[in-house]
Design a protein around this ligand. Structure first.
Ligand code: XMP
Length: 525
């Protein structure tokens, strides 16, 4: 196991992902975690991440007391990156000062000592790397040596092989550091003796083992399926482990896309053989949403309604089984786990404000269910690989994200007026099908239509019309936190606009949203 101690760098996830891409399991925890949480994981290698702080700042984050003794006596290899390097230098008795020249961005460094960190033959004497630091190491602790310097003469890499301590002032994990991955590979495989063997097959086996040993032979488990990738893969895994003792529920809240319910139920039942109860609660949701225009209020109503339906489902099940279900499955992913506990002083806020309403079910109030989160160590692309291994259909695994409140956030204002949802569904289906037919669905992070609650004048045939407009939104993104609008081919847009106006009654105008995030958000509400 390679453990990453996070001190708040924006690249910490990237280090974790890069190492996993080398088929080595890596985990990331808060850099100020207790010594016990580190020793419990029994890491072979520890990487100290970068971070926005100066080691001299009053509350500069640091590894826990006893850390140095622990790594030395257990022969753990340690690599400090940027802030991590400075922390090693400072904590082991060297000196870090505010640099005379700050180094940000692309920088050339020269290897001053061959061997050690730079013994990889694929790595040259001069390297182009990505720096981002103000402080610099000016005096090294005893036994340490400078092994690379920047063009300006600042320390770029240090090592003390005897103590198994290494440090890089630059970020090897970013692609701008051209030989960074080669250096990381050499560090892990040659210097630390790590072997690459972490495979999705092992994740599947281990996932099944953990579920089988956690859930007792008479225990029952419930799961709310949203129709998205995460809850589906989580449920499929649990189903493989405990079979029919898993009970899933899918709620049609009246805010789903065109034929969504039929489509996802077909995948659940025909392809995955999941035991699913489908609850038609459209009237219940829509009656609660009548007259509500404020976006957050809409979200709250929808969230509460989900919980009450899920609650009723769990109680019905209890009656049927004669005992309470013991566990609840959730499709929580690794980034959600890390982002929910940013390191103190990292400057990162809880990005959970968006994610908090992502869980469709929520916890039934008095059920006292224990959680099973079988995906909580995986990134999204890894969840897709796990799904593929369990034969979840590819088309399903590649679906764009869809928000929990569904079409309610794509009809600004009151969703229940006239046939707004119906108009939106038809326009959205034409848009999505056209994108699929053009072979560009997989290049887009998220695409959807938005209903514009304004009547505008048009001419259709010889008739003057007074109808609604539809906006098309398509974005590219890595994680939904920032996004750029997708550049469509003009002919594609012309055909699409014609089709939507011709085929969707009540629409006489089609607009394209050309705003990135920020300043906009991806959804309209
Ligand atoms: P925004 O609109 O905040 O969206 O740029 C970022 C990502 O989050 C999704 N999203 C939601 N997902 N419940 C959800 O489950 C919500 O209330 C919600 N709001 C936005 C959005 O679709 C995009 O993928």
């Amino acid at each position: 196991l390679v453990l990453i101690l996070d001190f708040g760098s924006q690249y910490t996830h990237l280090i974790t992902r890069r190492i996993r891409a080398l088929n080595v399991l890596s985990l990331c925890i808060n850099g100020t975690s207790s010594l016990k949480s580190i020793t419990d994981l029994n890491p072979r290698v520890i990487i100290l991440s970068g971070g926005p702080h100066s080691v001299h700042a009053p509350n500069a984050p640091c590894f826990p007391p006893g850390f140095i003794d622990y790594v030395e006596s257990n022969k753990v290899h340690v690599l400090g990156i940027c802030y991590g390097l400075q922390l090693i230098v400072q904590q082991l008795g060297g000196e870090v000062r505010i640099g005379e020249k700050q180094e940000y961005g692309r920088m050339d460094i020269k290897v001053t000592k061959a061997g050690g960190l730079f013994a990889n033959k694929k790595v040259g004497d001069w390297q182009s790397v990505w720096m981002s630091h103000g402080d610099e190491a000016v005096k090294l602790p005893e036994g340490f040596e400078v092994v690379a310097r920047s063009k300006q003469g600042a320390v770029a890499a240090v090592e003390n092989p005897g103590k198994r301590f290494y440090g890089l002032q630059y970020h090897p994990e970013v692609t701008h550091s051209l030989e960074g991955m080669e250096t990381l590979k050499h560090f892990l495989f040659d210097l630390c003796g790590v072997t690459a063997g972490w495979k999705m097959e092992d994740v599947l086996k281990e996932g099944l083992r953990v579920i089988e040993s956690t859930v007792g032979p008479d225990d029952h488990v419930i799961c709310a399926l949203s129709g998205g990738v995460d809850s589906t893969v989580a449920a499929t895994l649990v189903h493989k482990a405990i079979g029919e003792r898993l009970h899933c529920v899918f709620v049609d809240n009246g805010l789903l896309r065109w034929k969504e319910r039929e489509r996802v139920m077909e995948t659940f039942e025909r392809d995955l053989h999941l035991p699913v109860t489908c609850i038609d609660a459209a009237d219940q949701f829509l009656s609660k949403l009548k007259g509500v225009t404020e976006p957050e209020k809409k979200r709250k109503i929808i969230g509460n309604e989900f919980i009450s339906i899920f609650d009723a489902f769990a109680h019905d099940l209890e009656q049927k089984l004669g005992k309470k279900p013991a566990y609840l499955v959730q499709g929580t992913l690794y980034p959600d786990v890390i982002e929910s506990c940013p390191p103190p002083g990292s400057g990162r806020t809880h990005s959970h404000t968006i994610k908090s309403h992502h869980n469709v079910g929520g916890l039934p109030k008095d059920m006292k269910l224990k959680l099973i989160e079988p995906l909580k160590l995986l990134f999204k692309d890894e969840v897709r690989k796990l799904g593929k291994l369990m034969e979840v259909p590819q088309g399903f695994l590649k679906r764009h994200p869809f928000p929990g409140p569904g079409l309610a956030v794509r009809v600004p204002g009151d969703v229940t007026l006239e046939n707004r949802l119906e108009i939106l569904r038809k326009a959205d289906e034409i848009f999505i099908q056209s994108i699929k037919d053009a072979g560009i669905y997989d290049s887009i992070w998220q695409a959807f239509a938005v209903f514009m609650p304004v009547l505008t004048v048009g001419v259709q045939g010889d008739q003057r019309t007074h109808s609604y407009a539809i906006t098309l939104r398509a974005v590219t993104s890595q994680d939904g936190m920032t996004a750029d609008w997708y550049y469509f081919d003009q002919k594609f847009l012309v055909d699409l606009s014609t089709r939507i106006c011709n085929e969707v009654p009540g629409v006489n105008r089609v607009l394209l949203d050309i705003t990135s995030k920020p300043p906009s958000t991806i959804e309209w509400e």
